[in-house]
Ligand binder design. Sequence first.
Ligand code: PLP
Length: 451
Amino acid sequence: SPKADRESEPTLLSVQGDDEPEPALLHRSLASRPHNVESASGSYLTLSSGRQKLDACGGAAVAIIGHGNTEVTEAAVAQMLKVSYVHTMQYGTDSSLELSNCILAPHPSSPNFDHGLVKAYFAGSGSEVNDAALKLEKQYFFEKGEPQRKVYVSRQQAYHGGTIGAISISGMPARKVPYDGIMMPHVEFVGAADAFHRKGKAETEGEFVERLVKEIEELFERAGPKNIISFIGETVSGAALGCMSAPKGYWPAVRELCNKHGILLHLDEVMCGMGRTGTYFAFEQEGIKPDIVTIGKGLGGGYAPIAGMLINDKIIDVIRKGTSVFNHGHTFQAHPVSCAIALNVQGIVKRDKLVERCAKKGEKLRQLLEAAFAGAEYVADIRGGGLFQTVEFMQDPYTKKPFPKHVGFGAKVQLTTFDLGVAVYPGAGTVDGEEGDHVLIAPPYTISDEE
Ligand code: PLP
């Protein structure tokens, strides 16, 4: 029966059987169902069938301290008993105040790094905080007396979330098709900072960076630099491009260009932040200071839906001198329980030196991946930093010829890997903005060498 198939066949999703009642829950697909996870502990998921899967991607780079940590659950219960909920319009709570201090204080993994960010805002998801950032950036210019600024500049193959604002600034056309006509206007795209797919064979890395920067400069000129609000990018591109760092010198050049025209730099570290690439913020490795950073996923480690926007004093000063009010809010903004959970997760990260551990385990993971797959047929690239690694597959790695789309090689790798007991995250778009053949490996920072 389909139900038995679901529990014994190597599938990630099984076809909804005619003889099975369709669940009331709207999953992504109406035609198939995901496996049910009965319980999760440490680095492992246990399915309803009893089979165990190593969670080698922490969901989508979320579960940074693994599953079932009772320190966190105790902190959650304690906060619920203390204050379960109040509205931020009128009230504050200790947990949200402490979390903002915790996130903005120098991190023990890089105590001398000065990020220049002075305020933190918390909401429920990466999409929400990216939307909040779009509004704050616009309000900054409104209050500064530059209301003509209306254009956001983002990058092809970026993913910034699923709400109308966040998907509008995402560069994945296939995800926008059904929503044609309701995307935000005034969003312009430049090419991805993706040396693997875009750098010419004869081009040096420096020449490639020059080309990328020229492309941005030309777009700024076309749109009118005084019309642009912000430049938005994932410091290390996550789901769509697969752990793709920008070539050396790219981010400093973008920062300089933004400074030249008074354009804000908004870095999206929802996936690559919170230690994932081996430093607390990925931009620590780039030698730049952004104006706004968005974080999520690892912030609460999956124990609560929580994400954040971190803001520098340049923006705060203008709002303070202007209306003094950020004209935006959510019912569950800075939710006391979510904040207490994130505070506890981040406390564990600091206490157990998990960012440092992530950097070390990342090197180990990389060595293992290279030993296992470098030079293997169809393995085109192994890349990433920290516990944020991607293996990309191509039909001909030498000429970088991708598999035809119908082959779905990356999905097959994911399926086979799952059957062998390891859950990895599928790529979402490397080849011409379409589904790409890569998998993402982003296990908890607590993962052991054996795991
Ligand atoms: N930004 C990046 C870089 C992401 O990877 C994601 C989610 O995958 C988001 C934003 C959206 O976050 P959420 O799914 O929590 O809304």
